[in-house]
Write a protein that binds this ligand. Sequence first.
Ligand code: PLP
Length: 378
Amino acid sequence: MEDSLPASIFDVETPCLLVDIDIVKKNCQTMIDRCKTMGVELRPHMKTHKTVEGAELMTNGTKRKIVVSTLDEAIFFADNGFEDILWGSPIVPGRISKRLINLCNKLEEFHVMVATLVGLEAILATPLNEGKKWSVFLEIDCGYGRTGCCWNSEEIISICEKIKQSNNMIFQGLYTHCGNSYSPDIETKNSIQQTTFDRLIDVKSKLSGLGLECKTVGCGSTPSCSKPIECLSNLTEMHPGNYIFYDYMQVLANSCDFEDIACKVATTVVDHKPEVQTLVVDCGWTAFGLDAPHDQFKDAPLGQAPIVDHPELRMFSMTQELGKLKAAEGEIDYSKYPLGSRLYLYPWHSCCTTCAHPFYYVHSGEKIVGKWRTTRGW
Ligand SMILES: Cc1ncc(COP(=O)(O)O)c(C=O)c1O
């Protein structure tokens, strides 16, 4: 039986994750409207929230066209009536499981991503039910240096030849994630968007010259899709995910403002330690996550995300269940934070913070209006 909801954000047990539904709706609608204006389809990524409710808002109620980071997410969304799902993580032989094959057979449109010839050969060697074909996106690395076939590699040609010869797959096109667009410098961010786009188009033309057409050419991250440069209108789809909640890193990357951050960790002051100039709260890394700032943000030390309405404080270190706050400058005025009082922490990286929570309390203003359950696992 569902427990009754706490009445307000002041009644929740801590630590817990609070999601502001009004900000979430605004963030989702803004991205939907932007894609519409640009004439680009939105394939939102589910990795940040991993909930049915968040997915419905990101897809404008259609429950179609999403990208997920794990097979568990793919199965979860399929079980909840979603279609046109891309598992956006490279397939290799050891990842072709019964769960994957079942999902391919069950959904009308389920797409896998390959980044290597080895991955492509592995799926081509795996039969599906009669009448079913593998639906495949080719992941291109346009300079981020994570996964994906390097945009100017010879392997792309071999992959293309193999796709052309195959008759048990449908080739969808190209996918790239420009994670290198997370930069506090706008010029750097824009030039990464331009380079990513140019390289993708270069691959598309190369494949076309070899007789392979790409229906889809997709790219995107929250920094690029929140402030897209003009050429991105020539993509067929974009696939940001973090924008549903945003976070402090996105503020530093100029993707959003503080008012756009839709989730916060509610925590309670559990100790005053004037002898070491700290304030201790009941939110450690099990509730906040422990993602270190990426290299581009090295001037923002680990965990130094600000506190809602308390710019004078910073979280500077965490143990498993406790967080230590210090004054951003000077000394802490402990009278402002009595023992047992509440503080609300902006997440440094919301994808990391949300993963620590089995559910989120959803609020409108101070009132709790719902509870979203997340899927977990791989
Ligand atoms: C493959 C892939 N696509 C899309 C995204 C969404 O990007 P963002 O989190 O910047 O919205 C990610 C994020 O890590 C990703 O890994």
